[in-house]
Design a protein around this ligand. Structure first.
Ligand code: NAP
Length: 326
């Protein structure tokens, strides 16, 4: 086979800019692994690339992670061989074949399906690295997780519970909050009734109303101000996404009122080296194997239905992970 299907964009916009094209099957270069994709994960970042919120060079091959079977390997690759089941976090993942640098490829553990592997990697590594490095969650901490029934949110809730934290979860409906509770959240707050209300409710769930040790916020613009209000003195604000839009510029002096630490992490900079990628992938898989992290797949779509998957995640109608079957 010389060509394969891939989702490309040539301009930014709505789902109408998504094109399913035939492009040449890549040849793996030195240090690269050619993977025949079985499943790809849907991530909110794909929406940001599509709309132009995150700058990229066009044309751009969309998709951020996938799982499949090694087809062939480039020069110098010794860790992988044809037939291996692998998972990767690379752009261009919505394609039948993808050549990926080996440093961001991991073997899929024997007892995992390829679908589960594609569903867990990016959001799982994001949650795990943020709970370890952005703010190291300790037993006895109380933390706030926004959009807790989303893909990343449900993983944050479960891992934070495994680390011994008390978790306050927000979401926009009771149905979503119930799902967060079923995954271990201790306190539930519907944040769709206005900032004053959710801020007061969150504070009421903290010791002496003093606030939380850390806020994990992938919602962005809509929740930033409230997040500063629910943090305790010397708390940490982990702002990791923009589902409601990018956070507006603000005066840095505001952090001084409570000596708040503010981070804007991206997972790619935490698992940059092969050692970091291997370390955190192995940790992540251990949590799944131990039953401490359940992988919650909302729906698996055909590649031809990627537009619908984008509409669904942007429309706030989903919980857990969206997966594409190739
Ligand atoms: N920094 C990183 O490296 C990194 C890595 C992975 C993900 N992320 C970020 O994490 C966030 C979650 O990503 P995900 O893939 O797991 O998606 P997701 O949480 O499954 O979906 C996004 C959720 O955001 C909430 N939301 C709040 N306001 C929204 C709005 N105006 N429009 C749409 N959704 C809104 C919705 O939950 P409610 O209906 O409950 O509000 C929605 O379900 C995103 O911001 C993403 O960019 C960052």
């Amino acid at each position: 086979m010389t060509t394969n299907r891939a989702v490309q964009i040539f301009k930014h916009g709505g789902v109408e800019v998504l094109q399913l094209n035939q492009i040449p099957v890549p040849t793996p270069g030195p240090g690269e692994v050619l993977i025949k994709t079985a499943y790809a994960g849907v991530n909110y970042v794909d929406v940001y690339y599509r709309t132009g919120l995150y700058p990229i060079a066009l044309p751009f091959n969309l998709g951020s992670e996938g799982a499949g079977i090694v087809e062939s390997v480039g020069a110098g690759v010794t860790k992988f061989k044809p037939g291996d089941h692998v998972v990767h976090m690379s752009t261009g993942a919505y394609a039948d074949f993808i050549a990926v640098p080996q440093k961001i490829v991991a073997h899929v553990p024997e007892d995992f399906s390829l679908e589960v592997a594609a569903a867990i990697l990016v959001q799982g590594l994001t949650a795990l690295t943020m709970l370890r490095e952005s703010y190291e969650v300790k037993k006895g901490d109380t933390i706030l997780v926004h959009a807790a029934a989303g893909g990343t949110g449900l993983i944050l809730v479960q891992l934070a519970k495994a680390l011994g934290a008390t978790v306050i979860a927000t979401a926009s409906s009771q149905e979503k909050l119930d799902i967060a509770k079923a995954h271990g959240a201790d306190y539930l707050v519907n944040y769709s009734h206005g900032e004053e209300q959710w801020v007061n409710e969150v504070l009421a769930h903290t010791k002496d109303g003093e606030g939380v040790e850390a806020v994990y916020d992938g919602v962005g613009k809509a929740t930033f101000d409230g997040g500063l209000k629910v943090l305790k003195r010397k708390g940490t604000f982990v702002s990791f996404g923009n589902a409601s839009g990018a956070v507006d510029p603000f005066k840095i002096n505001r952090l001084g009122e409570k000596n708040i630490k503010l981070l804007r992490p991206r997972v790619f900079a935490y698992v940059y080296t092969q050692e970091e990628f291997e370390y955190y992938s192995n940790e992540l898989f251990k949590y799944v194997k131990a039953g401490q992290l359940k992988v919650n797949i909302h729906k698996t779509y055909a590649l031809e239905d990627l537009s619908q998957a984008h509409r669904d995640i942007e429309g706030r109608g989903t919980t857990g992970k969206l997966v594409i079957k190739l």
